[in-house]
Write a protein that binds this ligand. Structure first.
Ligand code: NAD
Length: 294
């Protein structure tokens, strides 16, 4: 069993740390929020007074933080963790952040002989609780081997996307496509409904035809087509519009840097930003259907 430091115990990091404890690992935790720390302490974690105290001498340091600036502050510079860690520690940042920051942390870690992977996840809070997340990893092959051992206690599918930063690029590609097919699914269903079709029957037709996609099949945005989908539960998240807007901003940054013409992804970003501004930030992202009704 491994000694693990876990930094960032929010909606995602909390249940992920608990799954490591359940698997029998020894887990030291740190979060700026005392309440978040206390909750994980009750599950058996040791609470540290700082990220540095939690990480000292550990086999793994795992972080699940809000954005790139938090990751940079945590790892880089004279006060960052990398300066204190030794070569036996493997660093896994599971936060969703910009690929440049992930590459920068990866390069700094490599220069010190420390293994680093960006390992953002697909799957929301329910998947974090159930231990069924998908991890998209960026780093070298030797670090990936070590990463798989520990990530397998928090997720089901663990992919090696390429060198440092590649996990974030894969996540950006996936979530841009997700936004596009969610909006397309909403438009197709609404068009059918306005012509008198039953959304359940139309969904069955498209699922057996070439319009089949994940939003239609697993997460249908039309209420009462799928019993447990957020759409059938007043669009309670699930995956919030606020997070989709964040991820589409990151995807847009990736697209602009490599100069791809992502007209659909850009438009999806604009539509989700408008939906957020209209007061829907905390609703599930499938609530974009309601925008078509206004
Ligand atoms: P959250 O806001 O619930 O949790 C973030 C935690 O980090 C908070 O507890 C905060 O106190 C802590 N924190 C912030 N700065 C810190 C620091 N310097 N040191 C220690 N702790 C610090 O966010 P979340 O929903 O858990 O998301 C975390 C990451 O996972 C984000 O990058 C998000 O984009 C990504 N993500 C979230 C979901 C989701 O459905 N919530 C799904 C996939 C990916």
């Amino acid at each position: 069993m491994a000694n693990v430091a876990f930094i960032g115990l929010g909606n995602m990091g909390g249940p992920m740390a608990i799954n490591l404890l359940k698997a029998g690992h020894s887990v030291a935790v740190y979060d700026l929020s005392q309440a978040a720390c206390e909750q994980i302490e009750m599950a058996g974690a040791e609470v540290a007074g700082s990220a540095s105290e939690a990480s000292s001498g550990m086999d793994y340091v795992i972080s699940m933080l809000p954005a790139g600036k938090h990751v940079a502050e945590t790892y880089l510079g004279t006060t960052g963790l990398l300066a204190d860690l030794d070569e036996k520690t493997t660093v896994l940042d599971c936060s969703t952040i910009d690929a440049q920051t992930a590459r920068k942390v990866g390069e700094s870690a490599a220069a010190l002989g420390i293994g680093f992977m960006d390992a953002p996840v697909s799957g929301g809070v329910a998947a974090a609780q159930a231990g069924t997340l998908a991890f998209m990893c960026g780093g070298d092959a030797a670090t990936f081997e070590k990463a798989e051992v520990i990530l397998s206690h928090m997720g089901r599918n663990i992919f090696h996307a390429g060198p440092a930063g590649s996990g974030q690029v894969a996540k950006g590609c996936n979530n841009m496509l997700l936004a596009i097919h969610m909006i397309g699914t909403c438009e197709a269903l609404e068009m059918g409904v306005r012509n008198g079709l039953d959304p359940k029957i139309l969904s069955e037709i498209m699922l057996a035809s070439s319009g089949r996609n994940w939003s239609l099949e697993v997460y249908n945005p039309y209420p009462d087509v799928i019993e447990n989908a957020p759409s059938s539960n007043g669009y309670q998240p699930g995956f919030m519009v606020d997070l989709m807007v964040k991820d589409l901003g990151l995807a847009q940054g990736i697209a602009e840097r490599c100069k791809v013409n992502n007209a659909m992804g850009k438009l999806a970003g604009e539509l989700y930003a408008q939906h957020q501004e209209a007061g829907n930030g905390q609703r599930d992202f499938s609530s974009i259907l309601q925008k078509l009704k206004t």
